[in-house]
Structure formats: structure tokens, C-alpha cells
Design a binder for this molecule. Structure first.
Ligand SMILES: [Zn+2]
Length: 210
């Protein structure tokens, strides 16, 4: 059962966008806005970035096929649509992102109430801040599996395992919330999140683009 109103969802989205916006991060040129109205578009490349709550089936576009299903312990999934930048094949530009939230196995709250119990209520804004980080192209700050340890950070260091991560990593927006058994409330960026944001979207480069 979905217990948050549309107005509350819109407020949580707007606040989560503001956390990443340049007004709160003067070193970055990122501007993020929530469009008016709603759309019934699917997770498909259509030029519209969307947020959908899956309430009946936790699967891609809520479809019934086995192949479309997502793991039950996964809280959210963001599908990115990126294209290589012309003349720079190693650089991709993200043109669209569609977020799906698992409202089958979890509930989402906006009043700061979370729970680890059966109802598994998660803070909507915390989850959105993390997913918006993915939309901006940020990855997780730790490896969820041994396999993922082959990834390196921007300084060439291998990622630590999430299970061994210390408090600085755990209090960052890009600590993987998708499959966390706990329910943290993190409504701001950590110094590390902000550093990555500003490295990816420095204020001068974006000012030049306009
Ligand atoms: Zn994630």
C-alpha cells in the first residue's frame, strides 16, 4: 500500500533535487528542476525523465514476465540513457534517466519515520538523493560484491567493500541504499559526494556551455 500523497512526493523530489543543485553547491554548475504535472510514460528512452512507484509488481514497467522482475530486497532502480559525445567516444552524456521505486516490498515516508520491521519504511528523500546521484553519473562509493572491486575511483584506487566501509563512506549519499537492510536518513551530501559532483560538473565549464 502506498501511503504518501502526490504533493508529498513532489516536495520530496524537489528537496532531493535541491540537495544536488548549484544553489547548495557553489562549486558546481548543476541545475535541476522538477517539471510540472505527471506523465504515464514507461521506462523507455523517450526524452522524459520520470519517477514511478511500482505498487503491484516490482519489475521493469511493472510487467509480469519473469525476466522483467527485480530482486525483492532492491529498493530502487535507475535506468540511464547515455550517448557517446561526438568526437569523444570515451565520454558519455546522460540524456535521460527513469527511476523506479519498489513500493511492493517497501513503504516510503516523508515525515522522517522509518522502520526496519515488516513494513520496511524508508525515507523517500534519502532514496531519491541517492538515485539522483546516479542520474548525474555518480557511482557507488564502495563495492557491493568482490566482483565490483575491480572498479577504481577517480584516483585509481580500488573501491573498498561496502560491508567493510567506515562511517565516512556510510554517511555519503552514494553509499548503496538500494539493498540496505537498515533505513538511514541522509538528507544532505557528504564532503566526498560534493567533491565528486564538482569534479564532474565544475562551475566554470557549465557557465561556458550556456
Ligand atoms: Zn545506487
Amino acid at each position: 500500500m502506498f501511503i504518501v500523497s502526490e504533493a508529498e512526493v513532489r516536495r520530496a523530489v524537489a528537496e532531493a533535487l535541491a540537495v544536488w543543485d548549484h544553489r547548495n553547491n557553489p562549486c558546481s554548475g548543476v541545475e535541476l528542476r522538477l517539471a510540472e504535472g505527471t506523465t504515464d510514460n514507461e521506462v523507455v528512452e523517450d526524452g522524459v525523465s520520470s519517477l514511478s512507484f511500482r505498487e503491484e509488481r516490482w519489475s521493469r514497467n511493472g510487467r509480469a514476465e519473469v525476466l522483467a522482475r527485480y530482486p525483492a530486497n532492491m529498493l530502487a532502480l535507475t535506468s540511464l540513457y547515455a550517448k557517446p559525445r561526438p568526437g569523444q567516444p570515451m565520454v558519455a552524456e546522460i540524456g535521460e534517466a527513469d527511476i523506479e521505486l519498489n513500493a511492493v516490498d517497501f513503504r516510503f515516508s516523508t515525515d522522517g519515520r522509518v522502520s526496519q520491521s515488516v513494513s520496511r519504511t524508508r525515507d523517500l528523500q534519502t532514496v531519491l538523493i541517492h538515485e539522483i546521484g546516479h542520474i548525474l553519473g555518480l557511482g557507488h562509493n564502495c563495492a557491493m560484491t568482490e566482483r565490483e572491486r575491480r572498479f577504481v575511483d577517480n584516483q585509481g584506487h580500488r573501491l573498498p567493500l561496502c560491508s567493510a566501509a567506515g562511517s565516512a563512506l556510510r554517511s555519503a549519499a552514494m553509499f548503496p541504499v538500494e539493498s540496505l537492510a537498515t533505513a538511514p536518513i541522509l538528507r544532505d551530501l557528504s564532503p566526498d559526494d560534493r567533491k565528486v559532483l564538482c569534479a564532474l560538473y565544475p562551475v566554470r565549464a557549465s557557465a561556458r556551455k550556456r
